[in-house]
Write a protein that binds this ligand. Structure first.
Ligand code: NAD
Ligand code: WQD
Length: 346
């Protein structure tokens, strides 16, 4: 079958497809002409995202409520469809929670990945895009961080990503039929420009951008800025914020690479630019017209001063680079929050 025909007819399986990055990636894939099957146990997402996806993309997707640790459910899923590739987002992602519940994190993130790989093996589907994280660089010795930098884990969440990366490296070495793209995301923020889908954290947000948008919409009184004595230009922490739609497009580029080159890769997905907490707060206020009340508090345990990506490899191998600037990230994050003050539950 011609490659483009295959692309149209054989769906791509997206685990964690109801979640933040998974739902945005689903839109990007559908807009590129793919059919997608979303699988999610909804432990950190809402079924209401499915109505939003239907409004954006029509019926080019199917949803299966299942847990990736459930091998029988995955077998049934693979048996009834000819899946071309899998993008594996499903997992737990809260660093603090992982310190308190390491067993649960290893179960979902490592156990879930093993269960998925075994089901893929049984089904003869050996093309995978895996969600890793810049957290595998720990406290980097220097920035920007290339993919060759030393890997380490500073908390159980990070350890689960490192263990999965190690497993995937062993797997591709052992069996050349496996083609795996390990994508190390920096700090995903923003939302689809429609304001229909976005990040909907439950409880108090751990991450900076959703905290800022909740202050702006009046749900929280002020942002706590964790540390103003970091060795950075303005003393606040520096990160590489990347628009979630750029990140989604990076997954499409990685899938195309695997199809085209028939080999594995590990790449950073970031913008290559470091932005401080203060800069993000100031940009958000300028772009949206909502000043963000804030106070300086002690550093958050486990944080690092600065972390941003060397993006040379992604540009070279994937022909991909981020296109949306910080103002656009703020604008889109705010549109989503303003249109959906209670996330999907309104
Ligand atoms: P998310 O929580 O919004 O999405 C993850 C989805 O996986 C959720 O819908 C959840 O219900 C589902 N899920 C969890 N465990 C499952 C299981 N056992 N079976 C089936 N579904 C399950 O998170 P996200 O921000 O979209 O992150 C997606 C992936 O990217 C995760 O693997 C995360 O670790 C990774 N990542 C996220 C960030 C970030 O800052 N958002 C950064 C780097 C890496
Ligand atoms: C960004 C900056 C904070 C909240 C985390 C995970 C990482 C990855 C992405 C999954 C830092 C500061 C934050 C607040 C603040 N996730 N901050 N007040 O810590 O870079 O990365 O999410 O893989 O693994 O560790 O992102 O958004 O939490 O923090 O001052 O209320 O904002 O100190 O400098 P982080 P973040």
């Amino acid at each position: 079958m011609h490659e483009s025909t295959t692309r149209m007819t054989q769906p791509i399986l997206i685990t964690g497809g109801a979640g933040y990055i998974g739902s945005h990636t689903a839109v990007t894939l559908m807009e590129a002409g793919h059919r997608v099957v979303l699988v999610d146990n909804l432990c950190n997402s809402s079924a209401r995202v499915l109505d939003r996806l239907r409004r954006l993309c029509g019926d080019a997707f199917e949803f299966v409520q299942a847990d990736v640790r459930d091998g029988a459910a995955l077998d049934a899923l693979f048996e009834h469809r000819t899946i071309a590739s899998v993008i594996h987002f499903a997992g737990l992602k809260a660093v603090g929670e992982s310190v308190a519940q390491p067993l649960r994190y290893f179960d979902h993130n490592v156990g879930g990945t093993i269960s998925l790989l075994q089901a893929m093996e049984r089904a003869g589907v050996r093309r995978l895009v895996f969600s890793s994280s810049a957290t595998v660089y720990g406290d980097p010795a220097s920035v920007p961080i290339p993919e060759t930098a030393p890997l380490t884990a500073t908390n159980p969440y990070g350890r689960t990503k490192l263990v999965c990366e190690d497993l995937l490296r062993e797997l591709t070495h052992a069996d050349a039929r496996w083609q795996v793209a390990i994508l190390r995301y920096f700090n995903p923020v923003g939302a689809h420009e429609s304001g229909l889908i976005g990040e909907a954290p439950s409880g108090v947000p751990n991450n900076l951008m959703p905290y800022i948008t909740q202050v702006a919409v009046g749900q929280r009184d002020a942002l706590n800025i964790f540390g103003n004595d970091w060795p950075t230009p303005d003393g606040t922490g520096v990160r590489d914020y990347i628009h979630v739609m750029d990140l989604a497009r990076g997954h499409l580029a990685a899938l195309r690479y695997l199809e085209r080159e028939q080999k594995s890769l590990t790449v950073n997905l970031g913008t290559g630019t470091g932005v401080s907490v203060q800069q993000l707060v100031d940009t958000f206020a300028r772009v949206t017209g909502h000043p963000i009340a804030h106070r300086h508090v002690a550093r958050r345990p486990g944080d690092v001063a600065a972390c941003w990506a060397d993006t040379t490899l992604a540009r070279k191998l994937l022909g991909w680079q981020a296109e949306h600037d910080l103002a656009r990230m703020c604008e889109d994050a705010w549109r989503w929050q303003a249109m959906n003050p209670g996330g999907y539950e309104d």
